[in-house]
Design a protein around this ligand. Structure first.
Ligand code: FES
Length: 104
C-alpha cells in the first residue's frame, strides 16, 4: 500500500546557462521546492504528503516541472503563486488545477 496520500516530485536539475535544453532550476524550481516542502511542514502534513527533489524529468522546455502522484498529474509551475494554487486545490482539496497542466 502507498504510504503517502500524495507524493510530489519537483525537478531542480541545473544546466549551464548556455545549454540549449535549459533547466528547471534556472526557472525558479528551487523556490517552488522550498515552498512545497515548507508548506507541508507548516501544515503538519509530513505523514501524508511527501515532497521529493528530482533531477531531470525529461520535460525541460516545459518546466519548472512538478509531478503529483498517485494521479500522475504533470504541472508546469512558473511561480510560487501557482504552487500555492496547486497546493490549496490539488493537495488540500483533491482538485487538480487544469490551467497549469503541462502541455507537451
Ligand atoms: S531540467 Fe527539469 S525536466 Fe529537465
Amino acid at each position: 500500500m502507498y504510504k503517502y496520500k500524495y507524493h510530489i516530485f519537483c525537478c531542480v536539475n541545473e544546466r549551464p546557462a548556455d545549454n540549449p535544453k535549459g533547466c528547471c532550476k534556472r526557472k525558479g524550481s528551487a523556490e517552488i521546492l522550498d515552498y512545497l516542502k515548507g508548506t507541508v511542514h507548516e501544515k503538519g502534513l509530513k505523514n501524508e504528503v511527501r515532497v521529493t527533489a528530482t533531477k531531470c524529468l525529461g520535460a525541460c522546455s516545459h518546466g519548472p516541472s512538478v509531478v503529483i502522484y498517485p494521479e500522475g498529474v504533470w504541472y508546469t509551475v512558473p511561480t510560487i503563486k501557482d504552487a500555492e494554487e496547486i497546493f490549496n486545490k490539488h493537495i488540500l482539496n483533491g482538485k487538480p488545477v487544469d490551467r497549469l497542466f503541462m502541455k507537451r
